[in-house]
Design a protein around this ligand. Structure first.
Ligand code: ADP
Ligand code: ADP
Ligand code: MG
Length: 643
């Protein structure tokens, strides 16, 4: 076994790998960018090496600098995590050339699966079912249109070099093909520097079911399937294992196909074979098709670990160090059911905008495995994925595990940032999901209902007011009993709520709003108007949070500022979040109408169009393409059109 490894990654996956390495007695080296100097993965590692600037291109994608760090610290192997350099065959070759072990597959295996069209041809030859479609070289638009007609609509156009759902277009009818092709090719060229596309049959009620495989370079085993059908814009949201309604027969067929796929390329290490599955009439042995292979550890690997008891990172280290596969196929079995939810700092009602800021408070319930790269007090940086944690639960069966997931989502406490907790919780309670009726369109169909944020009721506001004044026991260790009445103004979004709190006795309060008065008692539990309320109140600086099945957060308004006018004049287009200015369409002097697209801001995986708030003339453009901007930065100024 190695004595020291370097982890060429950050965040939760870097921490996850280090935990197993430490359990195995393997020392660890972290690498970090400017933005990550004080981050959790650096604190966890035995040693840490600074590798450059905050943008991934200046640090986590610098293979040469990372290899130098490994050599300097005496690490024998590099674990790439996921993303960044994990699927980069040139990096694998550079590691080998430097005498370092890459903990993952060979460069050859990565290349074989790197382009979707070539991978599919290869899989077809190996006898693995692939989605019917056109995988050819001829990219002439009229030829592609003819191929689409042959396949039969609806079809999907996919960038062969694509990933993360980019460069992909669904085409419902022949008349829309030409435009969709142009759009897909432009996106592919822009995103991946390669505009080749393939065309395939669009599966009508698709499920995404993937199989975890593990190879030793010659033989492979599979560790059953994960269902990742709950997706938003082709991004996974909640994953589970095993797949609902999976039969032994279909599982055996999918597992065998996945093993065939892995062995066909001499695969070594952890990998995932993604299948698209027709869910319209139940799972069938002839109803699944190879979609792509991810030649790395997958984000959602914890659900597989939960049902198999295998530590996949431990297997990765053992196999990379030359040990045989720890278990044979016959020794692997499924125990119970598991779900993973991806907790993000994002503003769901605002269209899932990534959020940044300081996580003032963070507490995960015991019932979950929480894989997290952040701690209370850490900052979510604009440079990386805004993931806070992956929350994984395990139960004896699907219903039990889903119940646990819902409970975990209710009792996870995050302060200092908006999160997608309410959205995840609504999903966990979704009736169709509860019945196991999953397909990749579920979230989009029910989006309106799923994105509704819980509204704080009077009881929550009353507790917030008491908390804001520091009158609750948690704040004092004892209750203030002196009769006194104080005013506190709380702000939640646009709304300001003025409250008056009177202390009646030890742990007894009266809280008055404009139109109601509530009595509150704090004993072992909170009691509001005679009703017991399960809630935790946390006061942090200028904000107070009430965790009551959902986190409600209020800014405490400084009385001197309460009347200040904070309405803008509508003349400035500001960055709604930190990000990269992808494109600027506005030019000074241009006449614009409300709703016109003035610029595009890219924040992590998403592009956000910035629109003119009203009719006017562009007075000034403050930014240029390629600029990195902070939240609130002025981008474009408007002025009134001269009559
Ligand atoms: P997985 O397929 O492992 O479940 P995803 O589908 O969420 O992971 O993401 C696909 C790939 O994109 C993974 O390699 C993941 O690490 C990478 N990725 C995810 N988020 C980001 C990000 N914000 N920036 C760069 N790469 C990312
Ligand atoms: P990426 O590399 O962007 O992850 P994939 O080929 O893995 O691209 O597809 C991403 C998602 O798109 C899948 O998880 C699935 O939801 C959907 N999808 C892909 N192929 C099809 C298809 N033929 N029919 C219907 N949906 C599909
Ligand atoms: Mg995929």
């Amino acid at each position: 076994m190695f004595t020291k490894i370097l982890i060429a990654n950050r965040g939760e996956i870097a921490c996850r790998v280090m935990e197993t390495a430490h359990d195995m007695g393997v020392a660890t080296v972290a690498v970090y960018s400017d933005a990550d100097a004080a981050s959790k993965h650096v604190a966890l590692a035995g040693q840490a090496v600074h590798i450059g600037g905050s943008a991934p291109a200046d640090s986590y994608l610098r293979g040469d600098v990372i290899i130098a760090a490994a050599l300097k610290t005496g690490a024998q192997a590099i674990h790439p995590g996921y993303g960044f350099l994990s699927e980069n065959p040139d990096f694998v070759e550079a590691c080998t050339a430097a005498g370092l072990v890459f903990i993952g597959p060979s460069a050859k295996a990565i290349r074989a699966m790197g382009l979707k069209d070539a991978a599919k041809v290869l899989m077809q030859e190996a006898g693995v079912p692939v989605v019917p479609g056109y995988l050819g070289e001829d990219q002439d638009p009229s030829h592609l249109a003819t191929e689409a007609d042959k396949i039969g609509y609806p079809v999907l156009i996919k960038a062969v070099a694509g990933g993360g759902g980019k460069g992909m277009r669904l085409v419902e009818a022949a008349g829309e093909f030409a435009d969709a092709l142009t759009a897909a090719k432009a996106e592919a060229l822009n995103g991946f520097g390669n505009d080749h596309v393939l065309i395939e049959k669009y599966i009508q009620q698709p499920r995404h079911i993937e199989v975890q495989v593990f190879g030793d370079g010659t033989h492979a085993v599979h560790l059953f399937e994960r269902d990742c059908s709950l997706q938003r814009r082709h991004q996974k949201v909640i994953e589970e294992a095993p797949a609902p309604d999976m039969t032994n027969e279909v599982r055996a067929a999918m597992g065998a196909a996945a093993v065939t796929a892995a062995e066909a390329i001499g695969y070594s290490g952890a990998g995932t074979i993604e299948f698209i599955v027709d869910g319209a009439n139940g799972l069938r042995v002839d109803g699944f098709w190879f979609m792509e292979m991810n030649t790395r550890l997958q984000v959602e690997h914890p659900v597989t670990e939960a049902i198999t008891g295998v530590d996949l990172v431990e297997w990765q280290l053992r196999v990379a160090a030359g040990e045989p596969l720890p278990k044979a196929q016959g020794d692997l079995q499924i125990n119970g059911h598991s779900f993973e939810a991806r907790l993000y700092a994002e503003d769901v009602p605002a269209g899932f905008l990534p959020a940044t800021g300081t996580l003032t408070h963070l507490a995960f319930p015991e019932a979950a495995r929480a894989d997290s790269g952040v701690r209370a007090g850490d900052v979510t940086s604009p440079f990386y994925d805004p993931m806070i944690a992956k929350l994984t639960v395990h139960g004896a069966n699907r219903a039990e595990a889903l119940g646990k997931l819902a409970r975990v989502l209710e009792t996870t406490e995050v302060g200092g940032s908006v999160t997608n907790l309410a959205f995840l919780h609504a999903l966990a309670l979704h009736e169709g999901f509860g019945r196991g009726e999953v397909d990749t369109g579920l979230i989009a169909r029910d989006l309106a209902a799923l994105v509704v944020e819980p509204v704080a009721d009077d009881a929550v506001v009353a507790l917030a007011a008491i908390g804001a004044l520091g009158l609750d026991k948690a704040a004092n260790g004892f209750a203030l009993w002196a009769p006194l009445q104080r005013t506190v103004v709380l702000r939640s979004g646009e709304e300001e709520i003025a409250t008056k709190v009177a202390t009646l006795g030890e742990g007894r309060f009266e809280v008055a709003f404009a139109d109601a008065v509530h009595t509150v008692a704090q004993g072992a539990h909170w009691v509001v108007d005679g009703q017991s309320v399960t809630a935790k109140v946390v006061l942090l600086g200028e904000t107070v949070s009430v965790f009551a099945g959902h986190g409600f957060h209020f800014d405490i308004v400084d009385p001197l500022e309460a009347d200040a006018n904070h309405a803008g004049d509508g003349n400035l287009i500001e960055a709604p979040m930190p990000g990269l200015v992808k494109a600027v369409f506005a030019t000074a002097g241009q006449v614009v109408a409300a709703g016109d697209r003035l610029a595009i801001l890219e924040a992590m995986k998403m592009e956000h169009a910035l629109l003119a708030i009203r009719d006017g003339v562009v007075a000034e453009v403050f930014v240029a393409e390629g600029d990195q901007v902070e939240a609130g930065a002025a981008l474009i100024g408007l002025e009134e059109a001269e009559e």
